[in-house]
Design a protein around this ligand. Sequence first.
Ligand SMILES: [Zn+2]
Length: 276
Amino acid sequence: MKNLFLAAAIVLAMLFSACSIQHDLLGKPKSAEADWAQSQQRLGGQSKTSPQQALPEVVVPQPVEEPPAAAISPVVKDKFSGVNKPHWGHMPVTYSVLNEEDCGTYEAARIKRAFGDIMNATNNVVSFIKVNSSATADISLSCTFVENCYRKSVEVYSDYSVRYETICGHQLGITSKTTLGNIITKADIELFGLAGFAETKSEGPSGFYVGTCGHTITEVHELLHAFGYQHSADNTSIMYPEADTFSLITQKEGACEGSSRAIDKSIADDLVQTYS
Ligand SMILES: [Zn+2]
């Protein structure tokens, strides 16, 4: 019991000293207080609060808040302002192909298919509209052709021969994007095919077909970059970096190992969550 009284006394003593310190902290130097009183008299006003009461409002720290999207730019609207990572501010997202004729019918169709792949994977939560002007489109795509990259060779044996294709190491796709805070405002995607294919500008396989067997990995991979997704170290992911470049490869004619890959479920789920 004695100990209890002693403890209570110590607690009271501590509280008292804490109050004293608080008072000292909040108290202003006498001269400043006098100045304040004088200024109030000069203004002819009568304050209901003393300087000591008003002061705590000034010293209480306020949490620093992110400025709202509207404060960053009044022009860019963000329909998904609750999303705390890079994202498009509206849906559907528009796209245009800068040099569609150069791309050829085959690659133009594959680009269209890549957009469809993302719409399908997200049950149309993410959707796209094709527009005519690359300047005003959210995503602008263009096609470039790599010269002197493809060689064909034949190994002849006594009773059979094997045809080989050698494809130079080259860029397959590059994506650059512009952001304003967390809002993605523009993306440019450059896609690379091989020059020298007579059928490039008509139906059927083209300089974009070789080594890929028509799969849309590169197109989808670049589009996902345009949505802010980064590379993955997982070699089964569509965001594995190899979709950006083609290493020098010699393969049997028509082979296209590893060219098929679906959109990761985790990415599809994340897209749905972000744009729902
Ligand atoms: Zn990439």
